[in-house]
Design a protein around this ligand. Structure first.
Ligand code: PHE
Length: 452
């Protein structure tokens, strides 16, 4: 099917392909690695509630807005914002939003790739029987050894970066689309298996209570900011990834329906990961607030003791790697699309440039887990700093700007024309992006800088 308007980079072959790719972008390390450990650090239930609320009230409306802007602009986020601000008669400086997002994606990928590298290292560890019959101490030592080794981590980070760039080089239909076809269903199945194992661990109830029983005395402004930031991070919002994917979306596809599907799938995967992990944490007297190592110190215990654990472990880390891959390609796509459009270079060259720069920054992230662990900026090592800066600040603020642009700058008739949803739904959406999203992000930010 040909479209009146189409991006120069190509287009998804169908609505299904877009759903897969956008779900692939959303479901990633954020759901399986990050969600459990930040939930553990922030006391459980209440944090989960705030996160779910943010997904519903901010994430879904902003995702609709971001896809819509992308599809209307049909270019990299920077150029999309430029032409849309022209069309709307708004200040041309709106294109800085695209810049900010491109930089955020770049900063995220630098550490994302390092963590994805851990999952690759764990594929090999499982393969050689590294988890079989290990106790909690041994599993912990395995993780600490990996953290202490810059060389191992740099190796895997490099391999991951090369694979990512290879995929991005192949472009929209060949690279991005094919990569995500079978992953999501497979990941889902293995998570269900892990949940079943967690049910038999003896601490299932305790895990569920921790996750779903809110104790609001456990959270403060910082926890609310983390929950809000994570809603943006996990849905890939606020930095142009979803916008650039939207720019490859055929004109006839319903944006709202697609969004509900993506956000639903993303949330289910995160909750399943939590349900699989926390019973194991409590059954083995592990620390819920163990930090970024949480899944690497809990799940191998399950794999080491369950029947068929060797195989499931292998499958799990392979799928985690693929989930990370289908997200990482979307983190760098805005930068690559922009380089191709503005610097007049070929796609593969753009990949080499963007990928190398990201890789170099990732080396610093590797060091922040060992030789530079004492090097702190604002009390945070480089990994923590990049994470805070992007997930807690750049993505929510980027999301807020997207909401303001779609709600206040763009002509209402244009938004209606893109979304084609019944009047009631449209009004609800407009209310959320005009008032609720900007106000929520603004208030939480004020709280954090200490004004409120
Ligand atoms: N959503 C991805 C995850 O949960 C991370 C991501 C963030 C991807 C921003 C693209 C853009 O792992």
């Amino acid at each position: 099917m040909t479209d009146k308007t189409q991006s120069i980079h190509g287009q998804w072959s169908s609505r299904f392909a877009f759903i897969l790719a956008a779900t692939g972008s959303a479901v990633g390390l954020g759901n399986i690695w990050k969600f459990p450990y930040i939930t553990g650090e922030n006391g459980g239930g209440a944090f989960v509630m705030v996160y779910l609320l943010c997904v519903a009230a901010l994430g879904i409306p902003i995702m609709i807005a971001e896809i819509m802007l992308g599809r209307r602009g049909r270019q990299s986020p920077i150029n999309t914002m430029q032409s849309l601000s022209k069309e709307a008669g708004a200040d041309p400086r709106w294109h800085y939003l695209g810049w900010c997002g491109m930089i955020a994606g770049f900063l995220i990928l630098a550490y994302y790739s390092v963590i994805a590298g851990w999952s690759m290292a764990y594929i090999v560890k499982d393969f050689f029987g590294g988890f079989i019959n290990s106790n909690a101490d041994e599993i912990q030592r395995l993780f600490e050894n990996l953290m202490a080794s810059p060389l191992q981590q740099i190796f895997w980070h490099t391999v991951f970066m090369i694979i990512t760039m290879q995929l991005v080089m192949r472009g929209v239909q060949n690279g991005l689309e094919k990569a995500v076809r079978f992953l999501m269903p497979a990941l889902f199945v293995i998570l269900i298996l892990l949940v079943a194992y967690a049910m038999s661990s003896g601490a299932y109830d305790q895990g569920m209570t921790f996750l779903f029983n809110p104790d609001f005395s456990k959270i403060d402004a910082d926890a609310v900011l983390t929950a809000m930031g994570h809603a943006f991070f996990t849905l890939s919002l606020g930095m142009g990834a979803i916008m650039v994917y939207g720019s490859y979306l055929p004109s006839h596809v319903s944006i709202a329906k697609t969004t509900f599907f993506i956000a639903g799938a993303d949330t289910i995967v995160a909750l399943l990961a939590g349900i699989a992990i926390f019973p194991l944490v409590f059954a083995n007297n592990l620390e819920a607030a163990a930090g970024p190592g949480l899944i690497f110190q809990t799940l191998p215990l399950a794999f080491g003791h369950m029947t068929g654990g060797w195989l499931f472990g292998l499958l799990f880390f392979i799928l985690l790697f693929f989930a990370a891959l289908s997200s990482s390609i979307s983190l760098i796509e805005p930068a690559v699309a922009w380089l191709v459009e503005n610097k007049n270079i070929e796609r593969h060259q753009a990949c080499v440039w963007a990928g190398s720069a990201c890789w170099a920054l990732g080396i610093g992230v590797v060091f922040s887990f060992n030789i530079w662990s004492d090097l702190k900026f604002f009390d945070k090592n480089l990994f923590e700093l990049l994470d805070y800066l992007t997930a807690n600040l750049m993505l929510p603020l980027g999301g807020m700007a997207i909401a303001i642009f779609a709600g206040w700058m763009m002509k209402q008739s244009h938004a209606e024309q893109e979304l084609e949803i019944p009047a009631k739904g449209f009004q609800a959406w407009q209310f959320l992006i005009k008032y609720v999203s900007p106000a929520a992000v603004f208030l939480v930010s004020l709280h954090v800088v200490g004004v409120l």
